[in-house]
Design a protein around this ligand. Sequence first.
Ligand code: ADE
Ligand code: ZN
Length: 326
Amino acid sequence: MMIEEFCKRMPKAELHIHLEGAIEPEMLLLLARRNEVRLPWENKQQILDAYQFTCLEDFLTLFYNGCRVLKRAEDFHDITLAYLKRAKDDNVVHAEMFLSPQSHLANGVGWSDMLDGTLAAMEEAQFDWGITSGLILGLQRHRTELEAFEILEASMPWRDKLLGIGLGGSELGNPPGKFERVFQAAKKRGFYLTAHAGEEGPAEYVRESVERLGIDRVDHGNACLDDPGLVMHLAERRTPLTLCPLSNLCLNVVDSLESHPLRTMLKKGMCVTINSDDPAYFKGYINDNLVACQKALSLTEEDCLVMGRNSIEAAFLDPGLKRKYY
Ligand code: ADE
Ligand code: ZN
């Protein structure tokens, strides 16, 4: 079997995917029409032409603009089901997905529409295709600690159906420490914890996320290589990193895939995984990311298998279920 085919067929978990970032241009246009939301674009080509970014901030402006098309439970249901179908086709057996409540609350969407629509699609996907999934609420780091506490509180009626709390948004100038008490409270309530760190920000933000927020996984984490002590700590504890190579390329976090830190991290024995982040914006799902990295970094079949195994190890699944896959 060719290595490309091997990567595609390998069972894998996707652990870093924003549902709002998986709204394909056709779906964006359809939802805008359905909800009478005006977009600055009229067709798919105009949307694709607009998806050129110089940095994370640049992308987030379009990401938040895209969120405006989501209004009702049906919309959240449809984007979730579309993503899970696409993921299943990439042999994703389990997905842990982010949803950013603050973007939607600001657009006047209610909690029930957001969560009931999303959770219903997750159940449907498991029933129809056997793909399991979990939902992580992504807090926005440019907003206040008080607002983050309010999100945590408001999510409690759905506590048993939610997997975790994450931290995303514009990283530079927004160090994670501000959310230390929120993350402590979330841990007490039994949520798994993740944070975007070291994407555009420095290694210090990765260290702070681990030491002060007590996260179970680092989202991105590219910059950790600048701190050898931190690398040793992450490798020894098998703290997973959810890397998103095509996202990094599109947002100029790396100059080329050939210079992506992924292979160095693998060599250092870190628990690295490959993910798609916002596949509709960065034009690549999980297998596209895997295959592009395999080529650019000359990864071996064993390297790819290690990352497939890592993705299951890093998932917030019970050990019995994990053994089903590897
Ligand atoms: N929200 C959606 N995608 C993101 C990313 N790559 N970094 C931070 N926040 C995000
Ligand atoms: Zn992300």
